[in-house]
Design a binder for this molecule. Sequence first.
Ligand code: 2P0
Length: 318
Amino acid sequence: MSARVATAVAHPNIALAKYWGKKDGEGNVPAVPSLSVTLGGLATTTTVSVDAGLAHDHFSLGGHVTSDAERERVRELLDRVRARAGSKDFAAVTSVNDFPTASGLASSASGFAALALAALRAYGVSSSEADAADLARASSASAGRSIFGGYVELVPGEPARPVAPVDQLPLRVLVCVTSEAAKSTSSRSGMNATKARSPYYAAWVQSAEKNFKELRAALLSRDLEAVGALAEQSALAMHASALAAGVVYFSGATLEAYREVQQLRQQGFFAFATMDAGPHVKVLVHERDADVLAKRLDAVPGVLRVIVAAPGAGASIV
Ligand code: 2P0
């Protein structure tokens, strides 16, 4: 039987209102609502080839054979798709990122979004974008958001859905890369440790609900300043709760870049920082200042390079 092949491209997303922590029980359901912007420019390209001749699934990432844990997460997603397709055929999956993998640049978001779309197509499952988003979310919650372009919300228990288009705000995201290495603590273990051990986890969950509502309203009313301020608050509150459990994603360069962002604000620029489960700092700036501020941030000790990203499109089959 000939292989059925599909290739999908997906882009990372940066949460403005962060998700951190899961609801009790199975199903990978986030404990808090989140709101992200999908970034153009950075991409994961994933090909799924269904082949009745294979004895098991194969998965390579960036041309390398992957860890058992990574293969297991890919297999779980393929199993869900096979169950819907009524197929027992295995697949070969190849995935390539054009940015650092597993380092807090949301590679699992674009990775599982691309995998979900490509797998549904390759196995011939007819599905809506909401189906694809919920399939991706079950593997990696933030991945549900990368199915869509522009600004996207993920409310616990529901598939991700778009909230506002790419041109809602004159926003650019300056991704300050501070390490090319993979992070030492995965998001999953970091958030589980925070939930188990942080004295501030309950406060985080409470503050995240309020932050999400306010940020969503600010986005819909095109209040760029409020979106920036609320996004930075969300990131700091998430990391404060994680830090109290000994979950530390910051490096020296993270703090240097954050200090520069505070100085840019004192100098009158619109600049707010957000940090994820890795040492990089993503700086929200006005589109007109993007080139000038990228140079300023590139000069910060420990910042290796700065990627200028604009809000971008959702995942698609190519
Ligand atoms: C977010 N992050 O909202 C938050 C902020 C990182 C910091 O979603 O366990 O890789 O696979 O559902 O989606 C990273 O977590 O975690 C993440 P799993 P995921 O973007």
